[in-house]
Design a protein around this ligand. Structure first.
Ligand code: NI
Length: 136
């Protein structure tokens, strides 16, 4: 029996979307208000989903206390109240779109979660816009 356990988390962060190989006009055309040089914030909602067999001794797929602490240490403490472009190493050279943020989160957590378990990330940038990434 493979079961998925999910943990919700949250962080506030600022970003600016732009491609520094483009003109300001091109950036404004593609990224709109998100290209504003003064940055802007989002309330990101994160759902981390871990799928695997139920362990016969614990009845758990994964200990949720461990998952909670992992998300806090690896993601919330690193991203919350940060300017993603300027304060998070990965986004020095990577546009901090919801898509790219979800991949960065997946890569950070994948290193810390048993490889027998599947990992999927859902990231809400607004209540209506969200992305999913499962590593493929
Ligand atoms: Ni934005």
């Amino acid at each position: 029996m493979r079961v998925t356990v999910n943990r919700k988390a949250h962080f506030n962060a600022a970003h600016r979307l732009y491609n520094n190989e483009w003109t300001d006009a091109r950036n404004a055309e593609i990224f709109g208000k998100c290209a504003n040089p003064n940055f802007h914030g989002h309330n990101y909602e994160l759902i981390v989903s871990v799928t695997g067999e139920i362990h016969p001794e614990t009845g758990f797929v994964m200990d949720m206390k461990i998952l909670k602490n992992l998300i806090r240490n690896e993601i919330e403490d690193q991203f919350d109240h940060k300017n993603l472009n300027e304060e998070v190493l990965e986004f020095k050279t990577l546009n901090p779109t919801a898509e790219n943020i979800s991949v960065v989160i997946w890569n950070k957590l994948r290193l810390k979660i048993d490889s027998k378990l599947d990992l999927s990330i859902t990231l809400y940038e607004t209540p209506r816009n969200f992305v999913t990434y499962c590593g493929v």
